[in-house]
Design a protein around this ligand. Sequence first.
Ligand code: ZN
Length: 214
Amino acid sequence: MHKTDPCAENPSDDVAPWCRDRHGRAYSFEEFLVLTQTFHGYPAPGVVIGAKMVDIARKRIPPGVLFDAVCESYKCLPDAVQLLTPCTAGNGWLRVIPLGRYAVTLFDKHRGEGVRVHVDPTRLDSYPETRYWFFGIRPKRKDRTDLLIEEIRQAQESIYGVQKVYVKPALLSKELSDTRAICPECGEAYPTGHGPLCRGCRAETAYFSKEKIE
Ligand code: ZN
């Protein structure tokens, strides 16, 4: 859906929006950079790329389908999903499965049919800065970041691979049970379905130690 503005001074520049949010509002590339700065703290290339990936996926989801999202990396991608779709980490419609791959899937939350979009390394040959960024090769420098951002804009949809996927049933269902038990080890409440001990006490905790101060 290309919309041209006959009054635009440079009609060849940014004719199509970079992405749209959950309300259908279109963002130009520059507008989305500002949004990224506000939400993410700086105009991260990964969020800008992620927005295009989300846009590509959503355009392939039939209208009216309620979708959930899966990101395969914690880096940047979840912020693009949260900026542009109703799916957030907090409402449970966005899941992150940290496989380390730069890929996002939007899928029918009831049937599991969905679209997976990833950065395709074989399509980066014409975009050297993007390639360096993707493979983590160069140290981050401001002048290179500007080049990288410009490359991402010029590449439009050309550097992404798109796949049709069927998401596993485990991702379609909610938490096994909402009932909670008291963990005999730490004394905190946790979902009963997790087993006899909470996950924190089964060596999945984020802390070296935990000492009560209040
Ligand atoms: Zn515990």
